[in-house]
Design a protein around this ligand. Structure first.
Ligand SMILES: Cc1ncc(COP(=O)(O)O)c(C=O)c1O
Length: 416
């Protein structure tokens, strides 16, 4: 750190020539998914009958238990104060217990850091692990935050492309080909946003084995782990590959599982040195997550399992119908989503054609035309590093979903 004595009066570059916004933040892309959702909501507020497929959150209310716990906490002066930066002790215990009962993994509360949503846990992980120039393997189609967040933390995102042919799942051969001496970390996500892909046990095991043997860290994002539809099953990377545990960070939270996106409670489960580094970082940046929200999350983990099952069953019903409807649209192909609440159809066969009276060359243009002509908001694949696709969330009322896919189908039927 410089002190006053290091600076000379009148010296240094003229302030006027310095950019107002830092290079780092001015090059940061805004979240395309939030933008699409916000645009649909704005149009709806103006009275336009828009059906929005952009939502990245369950349309269910938070279960009663966490809401009641939060209400009570608000009246308790004990919860009006700071908590430890890494989170309330009982919540960290409950997270460790839940990980144990869900997957059988043995973790201690001291390995858990409670964060402002899983998004924050992801940034903490990059910040804790990446030195400038360290490479982070990210498979496309990817959730838009991964590369931006890695970049912010000084890492260099390296994209590994997957396609419909492999069900949007990466292979060990692809990862090995993308690896360099600077590769530090692999971002692994199952189920995936935006594709809904879920890795079968053997493939996940092979990837974990490869990372362990190569000495590469893994960030495994399990935020949709409870939204996997039978007969598909969810597995946890460090459970399948115990040799990876010393270099593995599990990211999760209450956002999707308990319909608690707005409460902002996520967590990372990491080796103790990484957890300590992240807690330390948090102590200097955000301090603790809202005390009341942590108490709500504690209640959700302990008492709200039946609501998870009910939500999963309804999401599954929508998933099956949306997949069936998308498949039936001429020019559209879709890999069956097995988890999360998104479908990621390909519309490549329709690009370069006239749709709704407009020449459409890219999925970004198609999304514009869909909003303008069919009053349907979808997120273009460009946002996920996968042009040629659209992401449609089915976290919405069943009838609305059917109406929206019908509108999209009618629009696409005009292609010539
Ligand atoms: C794959 C994935 N990971 C993490 C998150 C972030 O979740 P949270 O709302 O808890 O920050 C999202 C949210 O959309 C997501 O899709």
């Amino acid at each position: 750190m410089k002190t006053n004595s290091d600076t000379q009066a009148g010296g240094g570059p003229a302030l006027a020539s310095q950019p107002r916004i830092s290079h780092l933040l001015s090059s940061l892309a805004p979240s395309a998914t939030l933008a699409v959702d916000a645009r649909a909501k704005k149009l709806r507020a103006e009275g336009v009958d828009v059906i929005g497929f952009g939502a990245g959150e369950p349309d269910f209310p938070t279960p009663d238990g966490p809401v009641a716990a939060a209400r009570e906490a608000c009246s308790d002066p004990m919860s009006h104060h700071y908590t430890p930066a890494a989170g309330i002790g009982t919540l960290r215990e409950a997270i460790a217990d839940k990980a144990r009962s869900d997957t059988g993994i043995d973790v201690k509360a001291s390995q858990v850091v409670v964060t402002n949503g899983a998004k924050h846990a992801i940034f903490n992980t990059f910040a804790a692990l990446c030195d400038p120039g360290d490479e982070v393997l990210i498979c496309s189609p990817y959730w838009t935050t991964y590369p931006e967040s890695a970049n912010l933390a000084g890492g260099v995102p390296v994209t590994v492309n997957t396609s419909e042919e492999s069900g949007f799942r990466v292979s060990v051969e692809q990862l090995a080909a993308a690896r360099t001496p600077r590769t530090k970390l692999l971002v692994f996500v199952s189920p995936s946003n935006p594709t809904g892909a879920v890795y079968p046990r053997e493939e996940m095991e092979a990837i974990g084995r490869w990372a362990a043997d190569a000495g590469i860290w893994a960030l495994t994002d399990e935020i949709y782990g409870h939204l996997v539809y039978p007969p598909t099953e969810h597995y946890s990377l460090p459970v399948l590959v115990p040799d990876l545990r010393d270099r593995c960070v599990v990211v999760n939270g209450v956002s999707k599982t308990y319909a608690m996106t707005g409460w902002r409670v996520g967590w990372m489960i990491a080796p103790e040195d990484v957890a300590r580094a992240a807690a330390n970082f948090q102590s200097q940046t955000t301090s603790n997550v809202s005390n009341v929200a942590q108490i709500a999350a504690l209640s959700a983990l302990r008492e709200s399992q039946s609501s998870v099952a009910a939500m999963r069953a309804e999401m599954d019903r929508r998933r099956r119908r949306m997949y069936e409807m998308l498949q039936a649209i001429p020019g559209v192909t879709c890999v069956e989503p097995k988890g999360a609440f998104y479908a990621f159809p390909s519309v490549k066969a329709l690009l370069g054609r006239n749709v709704g009276g407009e020449l459409v060359k890219t999925t970004s243009q198609l999304a514009e035309v869909a909003l303008e002509k069919a009053k349907v908001a979808v997120v273009p694949g460009e946002a996920f590093g996968a042009p040629g696709h659209l992401r449609l969330s089915y976290a919405m009322a069943f009838d609305q979903m059917i109406e929206g896919v019908n509108r999209l189908g009618d629009l696409l039927a005009t292609a010539h």
